[in-house]
Design a protein around this ligand. Structure first.
Ligand code: C5P
Length: 240
């Protein structure tokens, strides 16, 4: 079993991506699920429509909330945005590691003294990008090389961890150590539809490769029985 660093709260490993257009549908799904069995993620679409009030309502239901806004701007702006997200009561927040060392360090410093400071993770290479996409924006080499480069930079800039594909988890676990939090989307139970994800792994495989937390959206939220789908994943990763 992967050992969680002392500052990482124990609890559910699955983070359910609440990718709904508005607060009502997201809250309806949150009421069906159980905050002792999963955490939840609010992304750009839902946060833009539901805002901090939605985060507060999810917290009132008992959920720890990953506010996934992938900040990428000048250091001062990102630092202020991270401070605001922390004051909304986020459990986890993220920035683009491509924003560089000074931006990430400023983000970390901005939330350092927050009570119950959120975990701060860096987005490495989006799982939608391939080598050709990287070449087009002037990044040579493979996605894996760039993920490793950005993960090292995130670690050296004081971040708690990174978001990566399950396929890169083992590489980063070996490079960055047990204490570096790895959050992996692109998780699909063997029986689930792949949807538009490309670089995927099963929940058991992702945990075995070293992921701390699994972000899972449609296999749970679009299932006929979302609770049963969540429990199947929890059972698959239990004890790992
Ligand atoms: O429905 P699905 O399980 O594919 O949802 C995955 C979630 O993880 C979505 O909210 C998506 O935005 C997010 N995500 C991702 N790949 C990344 C970062 C985040 O799929 N590299």
């Amino acid at each position: 079993m992967t050992t969680l660093p002392a500052h990482v709260p124990a609890g559910p490993r699955v983070i359910v991506a609440l990718d709904f257009p508005g607060a009502d549908a997201a809250l309806e799904m949150a009421r069906r699920l159980d905050p002792t069995r999963c955490r939840v993620k609010v992304g750009k679409e839902l946060f833009t429509s539901g805002g901090p009030l939605l985060v507060a309502r999810l917290r009132a239901l008992g959920y720890e909330v990953f506010v996934d806004l992938k900040f990428h701007d000048i250091p001062n702006t990102v630092a202020a945005a991270c401070r605001a997200a922390a004051s909304d009561g986020a459990w986890m927040i993220d920035v683009h590691a491509g924003g560089g060392r000074r931006m990430m360090a400023a983000a970390r410093e901005a939330i350092e003294s927050c009570p119950d400071r959120p975990l701060l993770v860096g987005v490495t290479v989006l799982t939608s990008m391939e080598a050709a996409d990287l070449a087009e924006i002037g990044v040579p080499g493979t996605p894996e090389e760039q993920v490793l480069r950005l993960a090292r930079l995130a670690r050296d800039s004081g971040l708690d961890g990174v978001v990566c594909s399950p396929r890169e988890a083992a590489l980063l676990r070996a490079e960055c150590g047990e204490g570096f939090v790895l959050v992996t989307p692109g998780v699909r139970p063997a029986s689930a539809s792949v949807d538009d994800q490309v670089r995927i792994a099963t929940p058991a495989r992702a945990i075995a490769e070293g992921a701390h937390y699994l972000v899972v959206g449609r296999p749970i939220t679009q299932a006929a029985d979302p609770c049963a789908a969540l429990e199947a994943i929890n059972a698959e990763v239990a004890g790992r």
